[in-house]
Each structure stands twice: as structure tokens, then as C-alpha cells.
Write a protein that binds this ligand. Sequence first.
Ligand code: CA2
Length: 141
Amino acid sequence: MTLLILNGPNLNLLGTREPETYGHATLADLEAELREAFPEVNLVFYQSNHEGALIDRLHEAAREGVAGVVFNPGAYTHTSIALRDAIAGTGLRVVEVHLSNVHAREPFRHVSMLAPVCAGQIVGLGRAGYHLAVRYLASLR
Ligand code: CA2
């Protein structure tokens, strides 16, 4: 089974700044720990700071027939109707994940454009959210 782990804008900065909000681990650390935790799953990682590139990657994932997507859309969560349309239009099974508890932060982070077209949403659990999302998607088939 193949799952796409998709990370949006600024998540390439993980581990370099704002550790009180996002922790000390880098995106490479997250990738390594997920690969170690789920050796039976073919995990494909992609990060982009560009909305269109994320949309293209979702389209590609749908063409490839991936079983699911763990998606941290970063700040595009709160703004992107185009990403929402990409998820709805491809029919991909997507779990939205946020490292921080967006509901404990600024009001503009309380709204997700994407959550209504996702299978579910995990927020505020740090990197454990990615693990739980992979575990959920891998349990489905
Ligand atoms: O909590 C999350 O995972 C977020 O998706 C992170 C986004 C933020 O805009 C969302 O509201 C919630 C921001 C990602 C920025 O990541 C950084 C990591 C280290 C240093 C600076 C930024």
C-alpha cells in the first residue's frame, strides 16, 4: 500500500525555528521516524511551498492510485479553495494533520477550507498526528 505524506508551505523550516510551537524535529526526522514505524507501508513524501505544486501532486497521487494522503497544508488550510477542489475533484482519501492546536491560536487558524472534504482532521498532537493518520489509512486495506 502506498500513502502520500504531503506537507505544505514553510514546513521545510521545521526544527529550525519556533520550536515552542512546532517542536525540534525536522521534516527529515519525521520522515525517518514514519519509515521506521511503518516499514510495511510504501510512504512517499513531498513538500512544497507552492499551492499549484501541491495541487499537481494530489492529481498525480490520484492517477497513481495511492490509498490515502496525510496532508498538512500549512497556512493554505485556511485560505485555499483550490486545494479543497483538488481533494474533492480527485476523490482522494485525505487526513488533514496539524502539528499545533490551531484552535488555541489566532481566530484565522480556526477555519479549515479543506476539512469538509477530508476523511478527518488531527490537530495539536505534534508528530504523533502523522503517525495516527498513517495508522488509520493503513488500517483501511
Ligand atoms: O500546526 C500546523 O501544522 C500548521 O499547519 C502549521 C502552519 C500554520 O500556518 C497552520 O496554521 C498550522 C505553519 C507551518 C510553518 O512551519 C514552521 C516551522 C518552523 C518554523 C517556522 C514555520
